[in-house]
Design a protein around this ligand. Structure first.
Ligand SMILES: [Fe+2]
Length: 248
């Protein structure tokens, strides 16, 4: 069994048995994939470790792609390893980060993964915690209700894929003959961004890239998160938030 869900942001209530009773028949060979904004590796603190231990003791394996709300400095400390045809980082033995630009073979189906996304609520800027007037600026921004983030505290440039990751993705899709069973991302391709926002959300290099993939690749379903809603577009594009849906 493979299920998928949307952004968890470090809160995993939805996986409690009361909300997800299907887990009664699942084993560690079954998966629940979080479509980005996992948020479970955020401050490295005691509570966070407890939450990760709680995920580890669930009857199934938790997989996630990155979103934009991840602590990419902390994530980078985990070594990468090969797993089911692609590269992963193991946060716990059964809590696994599916890296970008990979194709995994899971239960006889192929999954292309491309995490990342552009933060929307940062139009007033990114503050550097190392600048001399950081506190002055920070308190002023807070006082006027500015929409901003702090570099390496609440925003990381790695929220967007690097040029190397785009190249790798092209390469792996080329090797797969531009055909996979499922696509797992955090962000959506341009066409879907238009549909879900009525033209209100802009494009960025990642949504452009995903649009290219959308036009070239053959796939059954494309599952993504980021936009905090549960909706299906054109039968095969599945936007997930707190719902957990069966994929396989
Ligand atoms: Fe999110």
């Amino acid at each position: 069994m493979i299920y998928a869900t949307g952004d968890t942001h470090g809160t995993f209530e939805r996986f409690r048995e009361a909300y997800f009773p299907e887990q009664a028949t699942m084993t560690k060979d079954d998966y629940v994939i979080i479509c980005g904004d996992f948020g479970g590796v955020w401050d490295g603190g005691k509570q966070e470790n407890k939450r990760l231990d709680w995920l580890e003791q669930l009857p199934f394996t938790v997989l996630f792609v990155s979103g934009n709300h991840e602590n990419f400095d902390l994530l980078a400390e985990y070594p990468a390893e090969d797993w089911n045809g692609g590269k992963v980082q193991r946060i716990r033995p059964h809590v696994i980060h599916l890296l970008r630009s990979q194709v995994f073979q899971l239960q006889g189906h192929s999954f292309f993964t491309m995490g990342g996304g552009r933060s929307h609520d940062i139009e007033d800027g990114i503050l550097s915690p190392f600048s001399e007037d950081f506190w002055e600026q920070y308190l002023y921004y807070r006082s006027i209700g500015a929409r901003f983030r702090v570099n390496h505290r609440s925003w990381w440039k790695e929220e967007m894929p690097s040029s190397g990751e785009y190249q790798e993705a092209d390469k792996i899709l080329e090797q797969s003959g531009w055909a996979v069973d499922y696509i797992i991302t955090h962000a959506a391709p341009n066409h879907i961004v238009d549909l879900l926002s009525g033209g209100a959300y802009g494009y960025d290099p990642l949504t452009n890239f995903l649009e290219d993939v959308r036009q070239k690749a053959k796939f059954h379903y494309w599952l993504f998160g980021h936009y905090h809603d549960n909706r299906i577009f054109e039968e095969k594009y599945v936007l997930l938030w707190e719902q957990i849906v069966k994929v396989v």
